[in-house]
Design a protein around this ligand. Structure first.
Ligand SMILES: [Zn+2]
Length: 252
């Protein structure tokens, strides 16, 4: 699988960044953003629902769409790829998991150090204040209202035309610039600014590894491209790493 010298780099890394995208969630049966448009929702384009303007024009429609998408992700279970990233977090001195997914599957699998670049379907924000709202009364209104200011509540995800959460993006950029190995998993590497993180890591001397079923725009820049599903390749990578670390461990 991974050539010995690269495996060695991974085994000796002090800080590894894993960047994940829709591919790893798709293996759990979470439809990608656009593929989610089935049934009642088939007549809407995802790009036209996921904007602040759409929410202001038709808040109930957008809120209901997210409620439906939440119901899809809650039925999904983390897969072997998610579990392998949990194992890597245990095996390595430091793993920062940066995800573009909003389904919360990494946290449900047990990953702890997760930066959610595009937010999370299960968080709720006040549209007016931008604050996270954890408790609100369901008085039958859709969307529900902010208990503090009465503003509309909205899902805590990043919409088209919105910036990524500043602090989270900064942490991701710092992690990418300071890691020894960056592992890109199940992402098409097309959507900026996330797509810039692997190249930033490379500029700072990190080894780039990619796990994806098909080649991506990142592939020409990586040190190794492992071609296949994350649910197969990440557990194998974790096993290889565990074996090598077993060999490297002091025998006394
Ligand atoms: Zn409010």
């Amino acid at each position: 699988m991974l050539a010995e010298p690269l495996l060695q780099r991974l085994a000796e890394a002090r800080h590894v960044v894993a960047l994940t995208g829709a591919g790893i969630s798709a293996e759990s049966g979470v439809p990608t953003f656009r593929d989610a448009q089935t049934g009642l929702w088939a007549r809407y384009r995802a790009e036209e629902l996921a904007t602040p303007a759409a929410f202001l024009a038709e808040p109930r429609l957008v809120w209901d769409w997210y409620a439906w998408r939440r119901s899809l992700t809650r039925r999904a279970q983390p897969n072997a790829g998610h579990a392998a990233l949990v194992q890597l977090e245990r095996l390595l001195p430091r793993l920062t998991l940066i995800t573009q997914n909003v389904d919360g599957l990494h946290a449900r699998a047990g990953s702890r150090n997760v930066l959610e670049l595009h937010g999370n379907l299960d968080t709720t924000l006040c549209f007016d204040e931008g604050t996270v709202v954890t408790e609100y009364t369901d008085d039958g209104r859709t969307p529900p209202r902010c208990p503090r200011c009465g503003g509309l509540l909205r899902p805590g995800v990043v919409w088209f035309g919105e910036s990524l959460p500043k602090a989270t993006l900064e942490q991701a950029e710092v992690a990418a610039a300071s890691c020894d190995v960056l592992l890109s998993v199940g992402t098409s590497s097309l959507v900026h600014p996330a797509a810039g993180l692997p190249l930033a890591a490379k500029r700072h001397g990190a080894v780039l590894l990619e796990v994806n079923p098909t080649a991506t725009p990142l592939t020409p820049h990586v040190d190794a491209a492992l071609s296949g599903p994350a649910g197969l390749l990440l557990p194998e990578l974790a096993r290889q790493l565990e074996r090598l670390r077993g060999r490297l461990a002091p025998s006394d």
